[in-house]
Design a protein around this ligand. Structure first.
Ligand code: TXA
Ligand code: MG
Length: 327
Protein backbone atom coordinates (compact mmCIF):
# COMPACT_ATOMS: atom_id res chain seq x y z
CA UNK A 1 0.00 0.00 0.00
CA UNK A 2 1.40 3.38 -0.97
CA UNK A 3 0.25 6.32 1.14
CA UNK A 4 -0.43 9.58 -0.70
CA UNK A 5 0.78 12.47 1.46
CA UNK A 6 0.15 16.15 0.82
CA UNK A 7 2.97 18.62 1.45
CA UNK A 8 1.33 19.88 4.65
CA UNK A 9 3.06 20.02 8.04
CA UNK A 10 1.43 16.69 8.93
CA UNK A 11 2.25 15.11 5.58
CA UNK A 12 5.92 16.10 5.84
CA UNK A 13 6.10 14.88 9.46
CA UNK A 14 4.62 11.51 8.47
CA UNK A 15 7.05 11.20 5.54
CA UNK A 16 9.97 11.95 7.88
CA UNK A 17 8.71 9.37 10.38
CA UNK A 18 8.52 6.71 7.66
CA UNK A 19 12.03 7.52 6.44
CA UNK A 20 13.48 7.39 9.95
CA UNK A 21 11.82 3.99 10.39
CA UNK A 22 13.59 2.62 7.29
CA UNK A 23 10.73 3.17 4.83
CA UNK A 24 10.75 4.32 1.22
CA UNK A 25 9.22 7.72 0.46
CA UNK A 26 9.12 9.46 -2.91
CA UNK A 27 9.45 13.22 -2.48
CA UNK A 28 9.65 16.30 -4.70
CA UNK A 29 12.87 18.16 -5.47
CA UNK A 30 13.39 21.09 -7.84
CA UNK A 31 14.98 18.74 -10.42
CA UNK A 32 12.93 15.52 -10.42
CA UNK A 33 11.14 13.44 -7.77
CA UNK A 34 13.47 11.37 -5.60
CA UNK A 35 12.92 7.89 -4.21
CA UNK A 36 14.14 8.44 -0.67
CA UNK A 37 15.45 6.20 2.08
CA UNK A 38 17.62 6.71 5.15
CA UNK A 39 21.12 6.90 3.63
CA UNK A 40 22.74 5.74 6.87
CA UNK A 41 20.74 2.48 6.88
CA UNK A 42 21.99 0.02 4.28
CA UNK A 43 18.82 -2.09 4.48
CA UNK A 44 16.77 0.97 3.60
CA UNK A 45 19.09 1.73 0.67
CA UNK A 46 18.76 -1.86 -0.49
CA UNK A 47 15.01 -1.37 -0.69
CA UNK A 48 15.61 1.51 -3.10
CA UNK A 49 17.57 -0.72 -5.47
CA UNK A 50 14.85 -3.35 -5.19
CA UNK A 51 11.98 -0.93 -5.80
CA UNK A 52 13.75 0.54 -8.81
CA UNK A 53 14.99 -2.75 -10.18
CA UNK A 54 18.33 -0.96 -10.35
CA UNK A 55 21.72 -2.67 -10.74
CA UNK A 56 23.23 -2.52 -7.28
CA UNK A 57 26.50 -0.98 -8.41
CA UNK A 58 24.91 2.42 -8.94
CA UNK A 59 25.80 4.80 -6.12
CA UNK A 60 22.96 6.97 -4.76
CA UNK A 61 23.00 10.71 -4.08
CA UNK A 62 22.75 11.61 -0.38
CA UNK A 63 20.48 14.62 0.19
CA UNK A 64 20.90 16.88 3.22
CA UNK A 65 19.11 20.01 4.44
CA UNK A 66 22.15 22.27 4.87
CA UNK A 67 25.66 22.69 3.46
CA UNK A 68 27.05 22.16 6.98
CA UNK A 69 25.57 18.65 7.05
CA UNK A 70 27.22 17.89 3.69
CA UNK A 71 30.57 19.12 5.01
CA UNK A 72 30.34 16.47 7.74
CA UNK A 73 29.97 13.70 5.15
CA UNK A 74 32.62 14.57 2.57
CA UNK A 75 36.07 16.09 2.14
CA UNK A 76 35.66 19.35 0.24
CA UNK A 77 38.68 20.73 -1.63
CA UNK A 78 38.67 24.44 -2.59
CA UNK A 79 36.72 23.88 -5.84
CA UNK A 80 34.11 21.76 -4.04
CA UNK A 81 33.72 24.38 -1.32
CA UNK A 82 33.38 27.22 -3.82
CA UNK A 83 30.76 25.28 -5.81
CA UNK A 84 28.82 24.37 -2.65
CA UNK A 85 28.79 28.01 -1.54
CA UNK A 86 27.72 29.23 -4.99
CA UNK A 87 25.02 26.70 -5.87
CA UNK A 88 23.60 25.15 -2.69
CA UNK A 89 20.78 24.87 -2.00
CA UNK A 90 20.16 23.97 -5.65
CA UNK A 91 20.39 21.48 -8.52
CA UNK A 92 24.06 20.53 -8.04
CA UNK A 93 25.49 17.21 -6.81
CA UNK A 94 29.10 17.16 -5.65
CA UNK A 95 31.00 13.86 -5.66
CA UNK A 96 33.76 14.12 -3.05
CA UNK A 97 35.87 11.69 -0.99
CA UNK A 98 34.07 10.23 2.04
CA UNK A 99 35.07 11.93 5.29
CA UNK A 100 36.17 9.87 8.30
CA UNK A 101 33.08 9.53 10.49
CA UNK A 102 30.74 10.08 7.52
CA UNK A 103 27.38 8.37 8.03
CA UNK A 104 26.31 7.46 4.48
CA UNK A 105 26.18 3.67 4.26
CA UNK A 106 28.55 1.80 2.03
CA UNK A 107 25.71 0.21 0.12
CA UNK A 108 24.28 3.64 -0.60
CA UNK A 109 27.72 4.60 -1.96
CA UNK A 110 27.92 1.30 -3.87
CA UNK A 111 31.17 0.60 -2.09
CA UNK A 112 32.95 3.67 -3.46
CA UNK A 113 35.33 5.82 -1.44
CA UNK A 114 33.44 8.87 -2.68
CA UNK A 115 29.98 10.16 -1.88
CA UNK A 116 27.52 12.15 -4.00
CA UNK A 117 26.01 14.99 -1.92
CA UNK A 118 23.24 17.45 -2.69
CA UNK A 119 21.38 20.19 -0.81
CA UNK A 120 18.14 20.63 -2.77
CA UNK A 121 16.34 23.98 -2.84
CA UNK A 122 12.75 22.69 -3.06
CA UNK A 123 11.02 23.90 0.13
CA UNK A 124 9.20 20.58 0.67
CA UNK A 125 12.45 18.63 0.24
CA UNK A 126 14.25 20.95 2.66
CA UNK A 127 11.52 20.69 5.29
CA UNK A 128 11.54 16.91 4.94
CA UNK A 129 15.34 16.64 5.20
CA UNK A 130 15.40 18.93 8.22
CA UNK A 131 12.84 16.68 9.92
CA UNK A 132 14.67 13.43 9.06
CA UNK A 133 17.96 14.91 10.37
CA UNK A 134 19.96 12.11 8.68
CA UNK A 135 21.08 12.16 5.01
CA UNK A 136 18.44 10.77 2.64
CA UNK A 137 19.59 8.65 -0.29
CA UNK A 138 17.46 9.30 -3.35
CA UNK A 139 17.79 8.34 -6.97
CA UNK A 140 15.15 9.59 -9.37
CA UNK A 141 11.80 7.98 -8.42
CA UNK A 142 11.32 5.86 -11.53
CA UNK A 143 11.80 2.20 -12.36
CA UNK A 144 15.27 1.54 -13.75
CA UNK A 145 15.34 2.26 -17.47
CA UNK A 146 12.31 4.58 -17.37
CA UNK A 147 12.49 8.36 -17.63
CA UNK A 148 12.69 10.46 -14.47
CA UNK A 149 9.41 11.65 -12.90
CA UNK A 150 8.59 15.34 -12.62
CA UNK A 151 5.20 14.97 -10.91
CA UNK A 152 3.59 12.78 -8.23
CA UNK A 153 1.41 11.23 -10.96
CA UNK A 154 4.55 10.05 -12.80
CA UNK A 155 5.86 8.48 -9.60
CA UNK A 156 2.56 6.70 -8.98
CA UNK A 157 2.56 5.26 -12.50
CA UNK A 158 6.04 3.74 -11.92
CA UNK A 159 6.17 2.94 -8.21
CA UNK A 160 2.65 2.58 -6.79
CA UNK A 161 2.67 -0.36 -4.40
CA UNK A 162 6.49 -0.46 -4.35
CA UNK A 163 7.06 2.48 -1.96
CA UNK A 164 5.54 3.31 1.43
CA UNK A 165 4.48 6.84 0.59
CA UNK A 166 4.53 9.55 -2.05
CA UNK A 167 4.77 13.14 -0.87
CA UNK A 168 3.05 15.34 -3.45
CA UNK A 169 4.74 18.70 -3.97
CA UNK A 170 3.48 19.58 -7.46
CA UNK A 171 5.63 19.65 -10.61
CA UNK A 172 9.41 19.78 -10.48
CA UNK A 173 10.47 23.18 -11.74
CA UNK A 174 13.83 22.30 -13.37
CA UNK A 175 12.71 18.98 -14.85
CA UNK A 176 16.24 17.58 -15.39
CA UNK A 177 18.41 15.74 -12.88
CA UNK A 178 21.07 17.76 -11.07
CA UNK A 179 24.40 18.70 -12.59
CA UNK A 180 27.00 16.29 -11.12
CA UNK A 181 30.56 17.51 -10.55
CA UNK A 182 33.27 15.30 -9.05
CA UNK A 183 35.96 17.09 -7.02
CA UNK A 184 38.55 14.47 -6.20
CA UNK A 185 42.32 14.84 -5.95
CA UNK A 186 43.02 17.96 -7.93
CA UNK A 187 40.53 17.26 -10.66
CA UNK A 188 37.13 18.81 -11.19
CA UNK A 189 35.10 16.79 -13.65
CA UNK A 190 31.58 17.31 -15.00
CA UNK A 191 30.00 13.84 -14.67
CA UNK A 192 26.49 14.80 -15.75
CA UNK A 193 25.38 18.04 -17.39
CA UNK A 194 22.32 19.73 -15.91
CA UNK A 195 20.76 23.14 -15.46
CA UNK A 196 23.91 24.47 -13.79
CA UNK A 197 25.99 24.79 -16.93
CA UNK A 198 29.73 24.33 -17.52
CA UNK A 199 29.98 28.08 -18.06
CA UNK A 200 28.33 28.80 -14.68
CA UNK A 201 30.78 26.37 -13.02
CA UNK A 202 33.71 28.06 -14.80
CA UNK A 203 32.69 31.40 -13.35
CA UNK A 204 33.03 29.96 -9.85
CA UNK A 205 36.21 27.85 -10.18
CA UNK A 206 38.02 30.03 -12.69
CA UNK A 207 38.22 27.43 -15.49
CA UNK A 208 35.94 25.02 -17.32
CA UNK A 209 35.51 21.67 -15.54
CA UNK A 210 36.92 18.64 -17.35
CA UNK A 211 34.45 16.47 -19.24
CA UNK A 212 34.16 12.75 -18.52
CA UNK A 213 36.26 10.66 -20.77
CA UNK A 214 35.56 6.94 -20.61
CA UNK A 215 39.02 6.14 -21.97
CA UNK A 216 40.67 8.03 -19.08
CA UNK A 217 40.67 5.37 -16.41
CA UNK A 218 42.10 7.67 -13.74
CA UNK A 219 39.20 10.11 -14.11
CA UNK A 220 36.18 10.04 -11.81
CA UNK A 221 33.18 8.61 -13.55
CA UNK A 222 29.48 8.23 -13.02
CA UNK A 223 28.72 4.52 -13.00
CA UNK A 224 24.98 5.07 -13.17
CA UNK A 225 24.99 6.61 -16.57
CA UNK A 226 23.86 3.56 -18.50
CA UNK A 227 22.50 4.26 -21.94
CA UNK A 228 19.15 2.60 -21.25
CA UNK A 229 18.53 4.93 -18.31
CA UNK A 230 16.89 7.58 -20.44
CA UNK A 231 15.20 5.43 -23.05
CA UNK A 232 11.49 5.33 -23.85
CA UNK A 233 10.18 1.94 -25.03
CA UNK A 234 9.28 3.24 -28.49
CA UNK A 235 12.22 3.39 -30.95
CA UNK A 236 13.56 6.94 -31.11
CA UNK A 237 15.75 8.79 -33.65
CA UNK A 238 16.78 12.27 -34.71
CA UNK A 239 14.85 14.02 -37.51
CA UNK A 240 16.94 13.77 -40.67
CA UNK A 241 15.09 16.31 -42.82
CA UNK A 242 13.06 13.67 -44.65
CA UNK A 243 9.26 13.57 -44.41
CA UNK A 244 8.14 11.74 -41.26
CA UNK A 245 5.43 9.07 -41.37
CA UNK A 246 1.81 9.24 -40.10
CA UNK A 247 2.77 6.35 -37.77
CA UNK A 248 5.57 8.44 -36.17
CA UNK A 249 5.35 10.71 -33.14
CA UNK A 250 7.24 14.00 -33.12
CA UNK A 251 9.19 15.71 -30.34
CA UNK A 252 9.93 19.22 -31.50
CA UNK A 253 11.13 22.59 -30.23
CA UNK A 254 10.34 26.19 -31.19
CA UNK A 255 8.77 27.03 -34.53
CA UNK A 256 10.97 24.93 -36.87
CA UNK A 257 9.40 23.28 -39.91
CA UNK A 258 9.28 19.48 -39.83
CA UNK A 259 8.05 17.85 -43.03
CA UNK A 260 5.00 15.70 -42.22
CA UNK A 261 4.43 17.23 -38.76
CA UNK A 262 0.74 17.88 -39.50
CA UNK A 263 0.00 14.21 -40.01
CA UNK A 264 1.51 12.14 -37.19
CA UNK A 265 0.29 10.05 -34.25
CA UNK A 266 1.25 12.72 -31.73
CA UNK A 267 3.31 15.90 -31.43
CA UNK A 268 4.89 17.39 -28.32
CA UNK A 269 6.60 20.76 -28.55
CA UNK A 270 9.09 21.17 -25.68
CA UNK A 271 8.75 24.94 -25.95
CA UNK A 272 6.79 26.58 -28.77
CA UNK A 273 8.45 29.91 -27.88
CA UNK A 274 11.96 28.37 -28.06
CA UNK A 275 12.76 28.66 -24.34
CA UNK A 276 15.33 26.03 -23.23
CA UNK A 277 14.37 26.24 -19.55
CA UNK A 278 10.77 25.45 -20.42
CA UNK A 279 12.02 22.69 -22.75
CA UNK A 280 14.02 21.03 -19.96
CA UNK A 281 11.06 21.14 -17.61
CA UNK A 282 8.87 19.47 -20.25
CA UNK A 283 11.37 16.89 -21.53
CA UNK A 284 10.43 13.80 -19.54
CA UNK A 285 6.67 14.33 -19.47
CA UNK A 286 6.74 14.88 -23.24
CA UNK A 287 8.77 11.71 -23.78
CA UNK A 288 6.31 9.80 -21.62
CA UNK A 289 3.32 11.09 -23.56
CA UNK A 290 4.92 10.23 -26.90
CA UNK A 291 5.94 6.82 -25.60
CA UNK A 292 2.27 6.13 -24.88
CA UNK A 293 1.01 7.31 -28.28
CA UNK A 294 1.38 3.90 -29.96
CA UNK A 295 3.75 5.35 -32.57
CA UNK A 296 6.22 3.20 -34.50
CA UNK A 297 9.05 5.72 -33.89
CA UNK A 298 9.57 8.92 -31.92
CA UNK A 299 11.31 11.45 -34.15
CA UNK A 300 13.25 14.23 -32.39
CA UNK A 301 13.62 17.55 -34.20
CA UNK A 302 16.54 19.99 -33.86
CA UNK A 303 17.31 21.35 -30.40
CA UNK A 304 19.93 24.07 -29.93
CA UNK A 305 23.03 23.08 -27.95
CA UNK A 306 23.68 26.27 -26.02
CA UNK A 307 23.04 26.61 -22.25
CA UNK A 308 20.55 24.03 -21.02
CA UNK A 309 20.45 22.60 -24.54
CA UNK A 310 23.63 20.64 -23.69
CA UNK A 311 21.87 18.68 -20.94
CA UNK A 312 18.75 18.13 -23.05
CA UNK A 313 20.94 16.84 -25.91
CA UNK A 314 22.80 14.57 -23.51
CA UNK A 315 19.56 12.88 -22.36
CA UNK A 316 18.17 12.55 -25.88
CA UNK A 317 21.45 11.27 -27.32
CA UNK A 318 21.52 8.57 -24.65
CA UNK A 319 17.89 7.65 -25.31
CA UNK A 320 18.61 7.39 -29.04
CA UNK A 321 21.84 5.42 -28.56
CA UNK A 322 19.99 3.03 -26.23
CA UNK A 323 17.07 2.44 -28.60
CA UNK A 324 17.05 -1.21 -29.50
CA UNK A 325 19.57 -2.06 -26.76
CA UNK A 326 18.00 -4.37 -24.15
CA UNK A 327 15.03 -3.52 -21.88
O1 TXA B 1 18.45 15.67 -9.53
C1 TXA B 1 18.92 14.63 -9.09
O2 TXA B 1 20.14 14.43 -8.97
C2 TXA B 1 17.92 13.53 -8.65
C3 TXA B 1 17.15 14.07 -7.45
C4 TXA B 1 16.23 13.07 -6.84
O3 TXA B 1 18.06 14.59 -6.50
N1 TXA B 1 18.59 12.31 -8.36
C5 TXA B 1 19.15 11.54 -9.34
O4 TXA B 1 19.70 10.36 -8.87
O5 TXA B 1 19.17 11.83 -10.51
P1 TXA B 1 20.10 9.15 -9.81
O6 TXA B 1 20.41 8.02 -8.89
O7 TXA B 1 19.07 8.90 -10.83
O8 TXA B 1 21.45 9.60 -10.44
C6 TXA B 1 22.57 9.73 -9.60
C7 TXA B 1 23.83 9.71 -10.39
C8 TXA B 1 24.13 8.32 -10.88
O9 TXA B 1 24.44 8.37 -12.25
C9 TXA B 1 25.31 7.90 -10.03
O10 TXA B 1 26.14 7.07 -10.74
C10 TXA B 1 25.96 9.23 -9.69
O11 TXA B 1 24.89 10.08 -9.50
N2 TXA B 1 26.72 9.17 -8.44
C11 TXA B 1 26.26 9.19 -7.18
N3 TXA B 1 27.29 9.03 -6.30
C12 TXA B 1 28.41 8.92 -7.04
C13 TXA B 1 29.78 8.71 -6.75
N4 TXA B 1 30.21 8.56 -5.51
N5 TXA B 1 30.66 8.64 -7.77
C14 TXA B 1 30.24 8.77 -9.04
N6 TXA B 1 28.95 8.96 -9.38
C15 TXA B 1 28.06 9.03 -8.40
MG1 MG C 1 17.73 8.31 -12.55
Amino acid sequence: MTLRLTASTDGIAEAARLLRAGGLVAFPTETVYGLGADATDSAASARIYAAKGRPSFNPLIAHVAETDAALREGVFNPDALALARAFWPGPLTLVVPVKAGGTVSELSRAGLGSVGLRVPSHPVARALLAAVVRPVAAPSANRSGHVSPTSAAHVISDLDGRVDAILDGGSSEVGLESTIVACEDNRTVLLRPGSITREAIAEVIGRLPELTDDSDHAAPRSPGRMLAHYAPKTPIRWYDGRRIFPTDALLTFGSQAVDGADDTKAVQNLSPSGNLVEAAANLYSSLRMLDQAGASTIVVAHIPRNGLGEAIHDRLTRAIAAAGVGE
